[in-house]
Design a protein around this ligand. Structure first.
Ligand code: GLN
Length: 443
């Protein structure tokens, strides 16, 4: 059921908010779902909150735009009174004393919080396997990784445990699991949604965004959570004005992409382009420098932001309690930022960042949007040994938009070898509405 329909049913009293909560709660409690390891903590007050919503509806009092809808969030988004542990032993037992701005916004629209979701530790990883609490399994095929780092957020949607979830995306962490789990995930424009209350991974890239069943649902949630926020000075609101040309950019991915994914992608875009009279134009993106630029900035900023986890104020000392991927980044970041290098690696990466931004600007003068697959390969089996380079390579198609701060959505494209794969739509800053419009043509 679409969110629009469900909201109508709840507001008209046809579906009780309490039944919405109970339906999801019962499912969450089944052994089959528990085995997928999606939730880390549940909200014990959800039923009480739903009762209040139902009471207001019955008394014909006004209710919020999302009245009675159930949502859950990645465990790096602060929810007052909830353990916001980033799926790490470092923050195990840390209870957040305040709400992230996105949570306040959802609460004030009467959405009902269901719980905290599993993720890769401190949002570092690409498979959902680095969580201290064990990997999340892919609901479409429990032998496979669900993708990461918003693993629980995508898996909760794929197994229908909520109406929508929130994740965070630094270099692909909403889009990558959305692709592997066959759901829709939006990485908004950097600065469109407040990061206040999000535990940083790499603060110059981090974005909070929704995971949903469709682009229409994604728009509903995005429109609620976006907006300028005095608690996050990077937030802005902008209305884009750009003449559209009905022209879409596509890239020659040469040998960067699995052949079958490429074939499916070509087939999809040709059909949809024909139907909508889109002109497809070949463009090129600097994919060759995407991962190097991304990881130098990530290692540097992650090293800096984790200095506060010294075990004195909250949790455990990070170097003694974190897993190997987190440690790798801290050590890498400490080397890159050594005084004797005088910031030369970081400065080079920032130069590359500006170059990537200017390339996108040039491309968007010629085309309305860009299409490409979300991931270059299908998900591996949980526990399968893959190299660090191969793990990082999952993000080759998602990092460029993160580096330049533009919005991007991943929507289901179909299946390759019975595994879900996603299609990405990229647009200029603040053109999420164009993304939603184009996504609809594929759904
Ligand atoms: N896989 C990427 C990384 O490990 C993306 C992570 C993210 O977006 N949080 O950095």
């Amino acid at each position: 059921m679409s969110l629009k329909t469900k909201i109508k049913e709840i507001k008209s009293g046809k579906l009780k908010a309490i039944d919405n909560v109970l339906n999801f709660s019962k499912k969450i409690a089944t052994p089959k779902i528990k085995d997928l390891n999606i939730f880390l903590n549940l909200n014990e007050n959800a039923i009480e909150q739903a009762k209040k919503v139902d009471k207001r509806i019955k008394e014909k009092k006004s209710v919020g735009k999302l009245a009675g809808l159930c949502f859950a969030v990645k465990s790096n988004i602060s929810v007052k009174g909830q353990e916001t542990n980033c799926a790490s032993e470092v923050l195990q037992g840390y209870v957040s004393p305040y709400n992230a701005t996105v949570i306040n916004k959802l609460n004030s629209e009467d959405a009902i919080f269901m719980g905290m979701l599993n993720m890769d530790e401190f949002a570092c990883g690409g498979s959902g396997e680095t969580s201290f609490f064990g990997p999340t399994k892919n609901p479409r095929n429990p032998e496979l990784i669900p993708g990461g780092t918003s693993s629980g957020s995508a898996a909760a949607m794929a197994s229908e445990l909520c109406d929508f979830t929130l994740g965070s995306d630094t270099g692909g962490s909403i889009r990558n699991p959305a692709s592997h789990c066959g759901v829709t995930g939006l990485k908004p424009t950097y600065g469109a949604v407040s990061r206040y209350g999000l535990i940083d991974m790499t603060m110059s890239f981090d974005c909070i965004g929704p995971l949903t069943n469709s682009s229409e649902d994604s728009k509903i949630i995005f429109d609620i959570i976006k907006g300028q926020d005095n608690f996050d000075t990077t937030t802005i609101e902008e209305k884009p004005v750009r003449e559209k040309k009905n022209t879409i950019g596509i890239i020659d991915l040469r040998n960067l992409c699995d052949e079958k994914i490429q074939e499916l992608f070509d087939e999809k875009i040709t059909t949809v382009a024909k139907k909508n009279n889109w002109q497809l134009k070949k463009i090129s993106l600097p994919l060759d420098i995407a991962l190097e630029t991304y990881y130098i900035i990530v290692y540097t900023e992650f090293f800096s932001t984790t200095r506060k986890f010294d075990g004195r104020r909250f949790g455990k000392e990070i170097m003694s309690a974190a897993g190997p991927e987190v440690i790798r980044r801290i050590i890498g970041g400490s080397i890159i930022t050594k005084a004797e290098f005088e910031g030369k690696y970081y400065k080079e990466a920032l130069k590359a960042k500006n170059y990537i931004k200017s390339e996108f600007q040039k491309i968007f003068a010629r085309v309305d949007a860009i299409l490409l697959p979300t991931t270059p390969k299908t998900p591996h089996k949980i526990g399968e040994k893959i190299s660090v380079e191969d793990m990082y390579a999952y993000d080759i198609f998602t990092t460029l938009s993160s580096i330049s701060g533009i919005p991007s959505i991943s929507i289901p494209m179909g299946k390759v070898d019975e595994k879900d794969v996603g299609l990405q739509i990229l647009a200029p800053h603040f053109e999420e509405d164009l993304i939603f419009k184009l996504a609809k043509k594929f759904e």
